[in-house]
Write a new protein. Structure first.
Length: 214
């Protein structure tokens, strides 16, 4: 007489409660039988919440959705920002930007452009919030319709000669519109966004102020 037992445990949700489902197959001299039992999981609310946080922390890219992305037709990732978009050499106008992969539940977008290489602290070039989530392009020398600015775009300057400065163009997908006055500073914008960021992405461009003859 030969007997083989195969057991498997899975989970399912019934009436709002998670249950363990035990499947056992028994093979006795070629004849098969199986039993299935289901019982509530003995899981604490804290553990259940941790499991939910793990699920929601999975990047959308792993779930098949395109991740949030910001790019520019004027320069690529870690590319040189053209002179016309700088304060030192050019017209001091914002470069064109393109946004894709915006999450479906986004209520507004926010844009932060800053130079973290500046001393003694990061230099802010541009703050824009309450951008319509349907916005896919920010044209050169323009502000998205209906959006609010912390101030006019102030392009790369590169205060330290012959040293690369990295300019971060950061886009944030938010689950709300922000109640923030025009002219607000970076710390105010960061505080207003806290707890409302669904996803973020950034594009980094480089500018170097070159002195004549060097």
């Amino acid at each position: 007489m030969v007997r083989l037992l195969v057991s498997r445990v899975s989970t399912l949700r019934v009436n709002g409660l998670w249950h363990e489902r035990n499947f056992t197959a028994s093979f006795l001299d070629g004849a098969a039988s199986r039993t299935t039992t289901s019982s509530p999981m003995k899981t604490s609310p804290r553990v259940a919440m941790a499991l939910l946080l793990v699920v929601f922390a999975v990047p959308r890219g792993l779930l098949g959705a395109d991740p949030l992305k910001i790019s520019s037709p004027a320069f690529g990732k870690d590319g040189e920002i053209p002179a016309k978009y700088t304060r030192y050499y050019g017209l001091n106008v914002n470069p064109p930007l393109e946004i894709s992969g915006v999450p479906a539940n986004t209520k507004s977008l926010a844009l932060i452009v800053e130079d973290p290489d500046a001393l003694p602290s990061s230099f802010v070039l541009w703050l824009v919030w309450n951008i319509d989530p349907q916005t896919r392009k920010i044209e050169e020398r323009s502000v998205p319709s209906g959006a609010v600015q912390g101030g006019r775009y102030d392009g790369p300057y590169g205060p330290t000669p012959n040293q690369n400065h990295h300019y971060h163009f950061k886009i944030f997908a938010l689950n709300t519109k922000l109640d923030l006055r025009p002219g607000a500073k970076l710390n105010e914008l960061n505080a207003a966004m806290r707890g409302h960021v669904i996803e973020r992405a950034e594009l980094i461009g480089i500018f170097t102020k070159k002195l004549p003859g060097r």
